[in-house]
Design a protein around this ligand. Structure first.
Ligand code: UN1
Length: 510
């Protein structure tokens, strides 16, 4: 596939128009920081970063909003999120364009990201009528025990470039129905996407008569994230990014006994068993490994295939890789867009060198495309590397499309290889043998937060809890009961007996 990449002015104009349609005051943009588009490596927009003092001010405003919002009935809070979901639906294409322009996602995946935002709004609206606690049997006569869930406080969201809008929305839609205002530090690479999301939410809030400052955006670098993590006015810090970032944020929040929800790295594997449907496995693996140019935290980075299928599987993956259309993510038909930066490309190149040094064989891919047209844009051919065993480079997360394929003999060994990664985000098994699938899903199986059967590691729906164990950080966001992380639980004992029997049979009569 040959691609002509769009010129700098074209993309900058498109970004401006699209942001304006979402309600961003584009005339007020401009500032010291220039962002670029990974599509052509050219400047896209200029923005200003928050100055010193911005965190204190934002947290104070959010704190005031909390006092009002916590008293609004949860289903009324849900009405705001419902309206926000409608606005996201109306501006789905606009937001998706901004996502593509700022982080290089192909159109279908950018639209999918906005769809996840709409889905979580629907989910949160329903949730707003079922934030319920339990009634528990008391050991004392004439007593009742119950749990109530109350709004927690101000939530800070720190998000990464690869899901520049959806991750914020998973947190924000849930936080808002739970009664919590949000202060967002988006990726410094995707400020326009963030401003557009914020403008749509501000519009919904104004229309619904919600208190001001329920949602605020602060643009800035890592120092801003650190200030948010350390701020005592923030009850919960939900941070998505590298394990290195998590090591900065987690202890800072813990030191002040704040709550954190960490979504960090992943080194996700698929186990391919002898009975696997290989057609399905190939499609599932290629989407998870090469989709989003290998830049999801759920990207598949390892295939652990039984010795009876590893050769044929590798051949079929190589054939599929050779057909992948790589290029302009805005063009119809493209499946693999650019890497986010030259740094990401350099990390990929270096990992491939190390893989070779450690005995790996590059089966296909690894080259760079379109450098002649756009020397500052980094289009990489997804790489397939065959290794004999799980050498050190395989256990290192490289945020780029490299898939390592290695063999196994016994399923227990494959599970041990799966679990040998320091992170524990996502995993999958391809098999038609129920016993094998059940073992993988069991307590003795995969140690990840996401364990799939006959689908890849990425592309989770919002209805389930999303997150993982070990160096992935342990947080859960999005569906299931992840909402509990955004609320505080009170245990209530109510005595309607007219007596005062003490628990544990204690006698204390005065
Ligand atoms: C991420 O890469 O940070 O499961 C999130 C998935 C997406 C979310 C990925 N729903 O791949």
């Amino acid at each position: 596939m040959t691609t002509t990449l769009p010129g700098a002015d074209e993309l900058a104009a498109m970004a401006r128009e699209t942001a304006k349609r979402c309600g961003v005051d584009v005339d007020a943009l401009g500032g010291a920081v220039t962002t670029t588009s990974p599509i052509n490596g050219a400047p896209l927009a200029r923005v200003g970063w928050a100055g010193p003092g911005a965190v204190d001010e934002a947290v104070a405003r959010a704190g005031a909003a909390f006092l009002a919002w916590r008293a609004v009935p949860a289903p009324v809070r849900g009405a705001l999120v419902k309206r926000f979901g409608e606005l996201l639906t109306a501006h789905k294409a606009d937001l998706a364009t901004l996502v593509s322009l700022e982080v290089g996602k192909i159109t279908s995946e950018a639209l999918g990201e906005v769809q996840e935002m709409i889905d979580i709004c629907d989910y949160a609206v329903g949730l707003s009528r079922r934030l319920h606690g339990r009634t528990i049997a008391s050991e004392r006569p004439g007593h009742r025990l119950m749990e109530t869930w109350h709004p927690l406080g101000v939530v800070a969201v720190i998000s990464a470039f690869n899901f520049p809008a959806a991750v914020w929305s998973w947190n924000t839609a849930i936080a808002l129905v739970c009664g919590d205002p949000v202060v967002w530090k988006p990726s410094e690479l995707a400020p326009l996407t963030a401003l557009a999301c914020a403008a749509l939410l501000d519009r919904a809030a104004a229309e619904q008569g919600a208190p001001p400052h329920l949602s605020q955006v602060l643009l800035g670098g890592p120092g801003l994230g650190e200030a948010l993590a350390g701020h005592p006015g923030i009850a919960l810090v939900s941070a998505t990014g590298s394990t290195r970032m998590g090591r900065e944020v987690g202890p800072r929040v813990a030191a002040r006994f704040g709550r954190s929800l960490l979504e960090l790295g992943g080194n996700n594997a698929a186990v391919v068993c002898p009975s696997a449907d290989l057609d399905l496995a190939v499609r599932g693996i290629v989407f998870s490994a090469a989709g989003t140019a290998g830049q999801r935290c759920t990207t598949m980075r390892r295939v652990i295939a039984h010795t009876s299928v590893v050769d044929v599987l590798t051949e079929r993956l190589a054939a599929a890789y050779a057909r992948l259309p790589i290029g302009n993510p805005l063009a119809a038909g493209t499946l693999v867009g650019p890497l986010i930066s030259g740094r990401a490309h350099e990390a990929m190149r270096q990992a491939l060198d190390e893989a070779r040094e450690q005995g790996g064989t590059l089966v296909t891919g690894g080259g760079r495309r379109l450098a002649d047209q756009a020397p500052d844009a980094y289009y990489a051919e997804p790489a397939l590397v065959r290794v004999g065993e799980q050498v050190p480079i395989v256990l290192r997360e490289t945020f780029a499309p490299i898939l390592y394929v290695l063999p196994y003999e016994e399923l227990e060994e494959a599970i041990a290889l799966n679990n040998a990664a320091p992170q524990g985000l996502s995993s999958s098994i391809f098999t038609r043998d129920q016993g094998e699938a059940e073992l993988f899903l069991s307590a003795e199986g995969s140690d990840c937060g996401i364990v799939n059967v006959n689908i890849g590691t990425s592309g989770a729906e919002i209805g389930g809890a999303f997150g993982g164990e070990k160096e992935t950080g342990g947080g859960r966001e999005s569906g299931s009961d992840a909402w509990r992380g955004y609320m505080r639980r009170a245990t209530n004992t109510i005595n309607y007996s007219g007596e005062l029997p003490l628990a544990q049979g204690v006698e204390f009569t005065v």
